[in-house]
Design a protein around this ligand. Structure first.
Ligand code: CP
Ligand code: NVA
Length: 306
């Protein structure tokens, strides 16, 4: 069976751990010059309907480092913009490429592509989930903290796509996730219900960011207005004012706690510049790990090894 990554729910805890371990090996092999071109003559198709810096470039660089190549398409440059059905696009791309990474709005569109593709489909971000981000963040945490055992992550801000993927990860791996979100901006009830039903993690919701970070190993935030929510940005700036990672919130957390942010960041909104640039922030190592994790993920979906 082909290996899609539409949400973290597609992976078992063991598969997540193996992918992280493999990414660590590939990262070391690349640094030593011993990484083999295991995806030689393989092609990754990327279809992006939203902007991207990290996800696009890390996928493209990962393919190149592994000896393969990429074709990048925006929705508007393809016939999707002229109403060619996703089902047809999926079947055609399946004949040209070895995997597809998709960044779009509706999760159902990624599901549709996966249903009609004979090759693996990777969710490169939807309104609902951002699995590649959170999986590579787990690699960063593993590296910095030494282990994922007994992990406690605090999410501060919008209950958005990245938060949803954190909930899936906590459920799968069985760690503690405390989310501080303002009223009306909590994670989706379907995502919370799934975690409750299928997961082993502890997921706590609060209104109080100080409470969420009290015992956290990781403080995590993301933009207040995600891509596609630009019209709501002004209102969200008011709603989320108290949901900022700043010096005062850092003081409420354990001294060893680190700060992560998927980026792009809006300094002075969800995070202050001093914290983002400060000694407890690992955001650029975190961004780098997107590349190392993508290598492991591409090997996993395309070669089906591991
Ligand atoms: N974090 C992340 O996915 O960044 P991009 O939007 O730049 O890909
Ligand atoms: N929640 C953000 C993540 C960007 C990487 C968005 O969807 O825009």
């Amino acid at each position: 069976m082909k290996r899609d990554l539409l949400t973290i729910r597609d992976l078992t805890a063991d598969e997540i751990r193996r992918l992280i371990a493999r990414a660590q090996v590939m990262k070391r092999e690349w640094a030593e010059g011993s990484l083999q071109p295991i995806l030689s003559r393989r092609v990754l198709g990327l279809i992006f309907s939203k902007p991207s810096t990290r996800t696009r470039v890390s996928f493209e660089a990962a393919m190149y480092r592994l000896g393969g190549d990429c074709v990048f398409l925006t929705e508007k440059d393809s016939q999707i913009s002229r109403s060619e059905p996703l089902a047809d696009t999926a079947r055609v791309l399946s004949r040209y490429t070895d995997a597809i990474a998709v960044r779009t709005f509706a999760q159902s569109d990624v599901e549709e592509l996966a249903r009609f593709s004979s090759i693996p489909v990777i969710n490169a971000l939807t309104d609902q989930f951002h699995p590649c981000q959170v999986l590579s963040d787990l690699l960063t945490i593993q590296e910095k903290r030494g282990s994922l055992d007994g992990l406690h992550v605090a999410w501060v801000g919008d209950g958005n796509n990245v938060a949803h993927s954190w909930i899936n990860a906590a459920a799968r791996l069985g760690f503690t996730l405390s989310l501080a979100c303002p009223p009306g901006y909590e994670p989706s009830s379907e995502v919370l219900e799934w975690a409750k039903e299928h997961g082993t993690g502890t997921i706590q919701l609060t209104r109080d960011p100080h409470k969420a970070v009290l015992e956290a190993d990781v403080l995590y935030t993301d933009v207040w207005a995600s891509m596609g929510q630009e019209d709501e940005a002004e209102n969200r700036r008011k709603v989320f004012r108290e949901y900022q990672i700043n010096a005062s919130l850092m003081n409420a957390a354990p001294a060893s706690a680190m700060v992560l942010h998927c980026l792009p960041a809006h300094r002075g909104e969800e995070i202050t510049a001093d914290v983002l640039e400060g000694p407890r922030s690992a955001v650029f190592d975190q961004a780098e790990n997107r590349l190392h994790f993508q290598m492991a993920l591409l090997e996993w979906v395309i070669t089906q090894k591991g």
